[in-house]
Each structure stands twice: as C-alpha cells, then as structure tokens.
Design a binder for this molecule. Structure first.
Ligand SMILES: [Fe+2]
Ligand SMILES: [Fe+2]
Length: 403
C-alpha cells in the first residue's frame, strides 16, 4: 500500500479530523471517515492472505546508510489506529537516536560498511577509550542497532498499511566542524547538551521510584545545569587534555541517559498496544535499549574525575565522600529492588519508570530538555508533538482484536 492509496488518504483524513475534534473543532466528516475506514478494513480482512512482505527497493540516505523499503503486505489486517500511532512515535524516536549516534560514530566509533560516514577523530576516540578500551566498538554497535530499529519499524508499518515516518526535511542542523565528521544536515544537536544524570541514583535507590513521584539527585550536577558539547565542535576542542576528556565524559554520561530513556519508553508504551505481534515488537526491541543502558552506565562509572579548564565543568569522584554511599558507588550497576505498583507489595527489581500515561510526550520532553533539538524549527516540534500526542491517545483494545 502506498502513501497515496485510498485507504491511506482515509487514514490521513481521519487523523486530521480526530485532531480537529481534540482541538474542540466541530467536524461532521469524522463519522463518515471512520465508517469508510472500518469498511475498508473489513474488505482487507476478507481478502485473506495474498502476499508476504518483500524488499521492494532501497533508498540511499544522505548519511550513506541504505534504507530498505518493503512492499505492503496483505496477509495481515491493517494496524489499529493506536498501534500505528505507537509504532510511528517509536520510529521517530529511533530516527532521532540514529541521527545522534551516527554523529558519535563518525568521530568516536568505528566507521565501516555497517556504519559508514565520517573518518574518526583520534583525540576524541582516545579520550572515550579512557572509559573503556572498547568504546569505539560499542558506539559503532549501538549506532547500528538504532539504524535497524527505525528501518524495521518503518518497514513493518508499511507492511501493515501504516505510514512510515520520514524526518528528512528536518535534517537542517549543522555538523561538527571537527576533522572526521561528515558535513551534512543533522536532526539533532550534540554540542549544547544539558544531561540529566539522575538515572544514576534512580536505579540505585531501594526506597524510591519515579512512578511514585520520587526525584533523584544528580551524579554530575554540573551537567544538569549548563550546556556542554558531547562531541568536539571543531579541532580547537581537541585540547587541552582535560577539555577533550570532559567532552568524552559528557558523552559517556549522555549515552546512559539516552538508553535509559529507551529502557522505560518501550515497556511504558507496550501497555497500550493491542495487536500481539506489535506487542512482540515492543517487547523485543525494548530490552536491547536496556542492554545498551546497562553497558553505558558501567562505562560512565569509569569517567575520570576532572574539571574542564575552559568552562569549569566538574566530574566528581563518585566513589569518594560525599558520594561513597550505595547510591553512587560506580560498580553497583545492577538495579536495586525498589517499590513497585503499591507500597503494600515487597520491593522488586524492575525497570523504572513504566507509567504508561503520557509516556510518549514525557520522552519527547526529556529529549527536548536534553538540548538535542536546539536550533530545530517550530514545524519540527509540532510534528514531534503530534506524533507523541497520537501515541499517548492509543488505548489497548482487547475486545476489538485490534480492528
Ligand atoms: Fe533504539
Ligand atoms: Fe537506543
């Protein structure tokens, strides 16, 4: 099914009508559109299995990565509106993740056929390797994972008659001018980050849970206040030593912040998915974000304590006073059990938060507060907010079986 198919048009008109209704605007065509969509679904369903999804071609992205396109399949019913909205928001989130992970990989990872683009920055890569000798490999692998996440979700959306997400028109932000980076338009900005490092304590607390409204102290308080680069902005950022090391440390803490967000986002949204296969997708991608998070918080714990001489950004020694408690000790990377659902239950080792209400908008707000979108257009924010709103409106529907 293509973007211009009759059913797609009905779907787009339906979404527009629904948005008008949400804004309080009267829209008499809403019911007609809904009926038209339902009757088309019934027709597709009666048609039964016709053809399996197949690779129909490939699109070359500006990054050098290829984006396989998949022909629509008619061996499934069309996605429910809620499932499509959840997958579309996740696709957008994964496209954004891919964009900034690619920027990290160009300068600090391994540039190869799996993750092409860029030629590396030796001083930045060396500073990252202070956190772990395999940092370049892990950056490469995390980048490839994100690429597969969004290409899979978009291909799946297409195969179920849904609309894949394309944010290419927003690739307008500048690249780093440091040697090793590609000079292409970006979706995200890694050069003015305000990193929330409270995740450090969130998973080390036995008594608190963000789902209960609890908040947590920062591991690196300075990172949560200012605006700092996580990649060198140009070759002047490559020295002095403690400056480029501070940039690498910022990246190290940012990696865990991002992947910790994905760790919560998938289980939060999975609670409102209807189709078992869509649920399987969320339950299969989500834990890979957790694998990333666990790796990255272990590496962040190796970030050397220092103060950046150019801006005063200080990375404290988390294993020394006043930090040497169980809440900060760097090798305590396994989650502590904590309160879950209700305080009447015994503590449990869990992902936190997993509250489903408003989860997509919460994720978007966290990424915005991180500074990733500094410089983006009003239209960009409007599109992302629309995708998040639609996902947060999704309701699990057992009775309807997804139709
Ligand atoms: Fe991802
Ligand atoms: Fe991720």
């Amino acid at each position: 099914m293509t973007k211009s198919s009759p059913d797609r048009k009905v779907s787009q008109n339906l979404n527009a009508s629904r948005r008008n209704l949400l804004r309080g605007e009267n829209d008499s065509s809403f019911e007609n559109l809904l009926n038209e969509r339902i009757s088309r679904r019934v027709a597709i369903s009666r048609g039964g299995a016709i053809a399996a999804a197949g690779i129909a071609g490939a699109v070359l992205l500006s990054s050098g990565l290829t984006f396989p396109t998949v022909a629509a399949s008619e061996n499934h019913d069309e996605l429910s509106e809620g499932d499509e909205a959840i997958l579309r928001f996740l696709s957008a989130a994964e496209i954004l993740e891919t964009d900034f992970w690619q920027q990290y990989n160009e300068l600090g990872g391994i540039q190869d056929s799996e993750v092409p683009g860029g030629s590396g920055s030796a001083p930045y890569t060396a500073a990252l390797k202070v956190l772990d000798a395999d940092m370049d490999q892990y950056i490469h692998d995390n980048t490839e994972d994100e690429f597969t996440h969004f290409t899979f979700i978009n291909a799946y959306l297409t195969s179920r008659g849904g609309e894949p997400v394309d944010l290419d028109e927003f690739r307008t932000l500048p690249s780093s001018k440091a040697t090793g980076a590609q000079q292409i338009g970006r979706l995200t900005n890694l050069m003015q980050l305000t990193v929330d490092t409270s995740y450090w304590n969130k998973y080390r607390s036995r008594k608190k849970n963000p789902d209960f409204g609890d908040t947590f102290p920062q591991a690196v308080p300075d990172l949560s206040k200012g605006k700092f680069p996580a990649i060198p902005r140009n070759d002047s950022d490559l020295k002095p030593h403690d400056h480029i090391q501070a940039i690498a440390n910022t990246a190290g803490f940012h990696f865990a912040f991002i992947e910790g967000g994905g760790t919560s986002l998938y289980p939060s949204l999975a609670q409102r998915v209807t189709d078992p296969e869509v649920l399987r997708i969320l339950l299969s991608i989500g834990p890979t974000e957790t694998m990333h998070f666990q790796t990255w918080q272990d590496k962040a714990g190796n970030a050397p304590p220092l103060t950046d001489p150019t801006n005063g950004l200080t990375f404290p020694d988390l294993n020394k006073l006043p930090f040497d408690t169980e809440d900060f000790q760097t090798n305590l990377i396994m989650p502590e059990p904590t309160i879950f659902l209700d305080r009447k239950f015994p503590v449990c080792s869990i992902i936190r938060p997993t509250e489903t209400e408003g989860a997509a908008m919460g994720a978007l707000e966290a990424l915005t507060a991180d500074g990733l979108f500094i410089g983006q257009s009003k239209k960009f924010f409007a599109v992302l907010q629309d995708l998040a709103n639609e996902a947060d409106l999704a309701k699990r529907s057992v009775e309807s079986g997804g139709n």
